[in-house]
Design a protein around this ligand. Structure first.
Ligand SMILES: Nc1ncnc2c1ncn2[C@@H]1O[C@H](COP(=O)(O)OP(=O)(O)O)[C@@H](O)[C@H]1O
Ligand SMILES: [Mg+2]
Length: 233
């Protein structure tokens, strides 16, 4: 589904990504873990074309490095950035509608608006009021649902549980499992180990600009050295 090979990226003269290798298969939940500042968000942005990548980024077998962000989105990669950038003055329903691809109508993809409202009753109850009244957790759900409305084949979700209550973290985990059950591949960026170990099929740990570990959650549990050096504060 996604194959990233020797990807590099820069902010000005700072060489941030220094040879990232990563792959994600269909229906797989892959966690990308690491401390703050190691380059996890930049990895998402480089795949998405929001930051110019060097190296190879293949999606469904086709090279996408060098394409523009909207072209990459239209090919089927959804991205939920870490800032929950909802449109506060628009209603919940209008926010969701903005997730549709050009020419796509509600109900044509795997996810419909009604589907979202059934899964998240709080969004349904507030379908026609300004999204600014939603709680932080509900806004997080809304940004995830908006991305799903575009019917992506792969979603990259950047720190979705940051600042959420344990109940909302559980709802995020449930939604991630539902995404996987519909055959969609997920890249879950996290700092916390727990949710990633619970739901991921595979885990990457990023050091400074490249991967320092790849394996299953069980394998990571056994690698105290990796956790000590690259994850635990
Ligand atoms: N827009 C930017 N301009 C310059 N440097 C940036 C920018 N965004 C991030 N960085 C730097 O790039 C590095 C990686 O950042 P980031 O990918 O956001 O890390 P993470 O998501 O793992 O916390 C950090 O050192 C950060 O300070
Ligand atoms: Mg980040």
């Amino acid at each position: 589904m996604l194959e990233v090979t020797d990807m590099h990226a820069y902010y000005g003269k700072s060489h941030i990504l220094q040879g990232v290798n990563m792959s994600i298969n269909e229906g797989e939940i892959v966690a990308l873990l690491g401390r703050n500042g190691v380059g996890r968000s930049t990895t998402c942005k480089a795949v998405m074309g929001e930051v110019q990548p060097e190296g190879s980024v293949k999606f469904q077998g086709k090279e996408i490095a060098g394409k523009k962000a909207y072209e990459i989105a239209n090919l089927g990669i959804g991205y939920v950035p870490e800032n929950r950038d909802i449109f506060p003055g628009l209603t919940t329903r209008q926010n969701l509608t903005l997730g549709l691809k050009p020419g796509q109508k509600d109900g044509q993809g795997r996810w419909s608006m009604q589907n979202m409202f059934d899964m998240f009753e709080n969004l349904g109850r507030r379908a026609d009021v300004e999204a600014s009244v939603l709680s932080g957790g509900e806004q997080q759900m809304l940004t995830m649902c908006r991305t799903l409305m575009g019917d992506p084949e792969l979603v990259m979700i950047d720190e979705p549980t940051e600042g959420l209550s344990p109940q909302m973290v559980q709802r995020v985990a449930d939604l991630l499992k539902e995404i996987a059950s519909r055959g969609i591949a997920t890249l879950l960026v996290e700092q916390k180990l727990s949710i990633a170990l619970d739901i991921a099929d595979r885990v990457y740990v990023m050091g400074h600009g490249h991967m320092v570990f790849e394996g299953t959650p069980l394998e990571l549990k056994d690698r105290e050295d990796v956790r000590k050096e690259w994850l635990e504060v």
